[in-house]
Design a protein around this ligand. Structure first.
Ligand code: RB5
Length: 141
């Protein structure tokens, strides 16, 4: 399982420990920046992660900004991307099972590291259920 991660300067503080944790769990991680807390712009990283997910170069993407909102909006502009902002695990799990989300977004100003790990675990482990949900996803277009 290959996972692309990205953040702006605010999300960086969550991205770094999450990257380490994902690698420890055995995932292949592609870090597309940012590389520090130096001020930058979240759309750059939202689009970078979305591009590699949309091209199937990785299986999933995980992104961070202050709220998770801005970077997810940028990611969702890329065709084929279904990015969800989550601050609790239930929505994360259901977003995969029903909406087949391929990018998970979280806010470093909203949640802490341990909750982020819980959300990510539920999301990665959940599987899309297809069926009636597939039909609805096709209706997004
Ligand atoms: C940056 O200050 C902040 O706007 C950004 O991290 C994010 O929260 C945007 O949605």
């Amino acid at each position: 399982m290959k996972i692309a991660i990205g953040s702006d300067h605010v999300g960086f503080i969550l991205k770094e420990p999450i990257k380490k944790w994902l690698i420890e769990l055995g995932y292949q991680v592609v870090d597309l920046g940012a590389d520090s807390e130096e001020r930058t712009d979240y759309p750059i990283y939202g689009k970078k992660v979305a591009d590699v997910v949309a091209k199937n170069e990785v299986n999933l993407g995980i992104i961070f900004c202050g709220t998770g909102v801005g970077i997810s909006l940028a990611a969702n502009k890329v065709d084929g991307i279904r990015a969800v902002v989550c601050s609790e695990p239930y929505s994360a799990k259901l977003s995969k099972e029903h909406n087949n989300t391929n990018i998970l977004s979280m806010g470093s100003r909203v949640i802490g590291l341990e909750l982020a790990k819980m959300i990510i675990k539920e999301w990665i482990d959940a599987e899309f259920e297809g069926g009636r949900h597939q039909k609805r996803i096709e209706m997004y277009k």
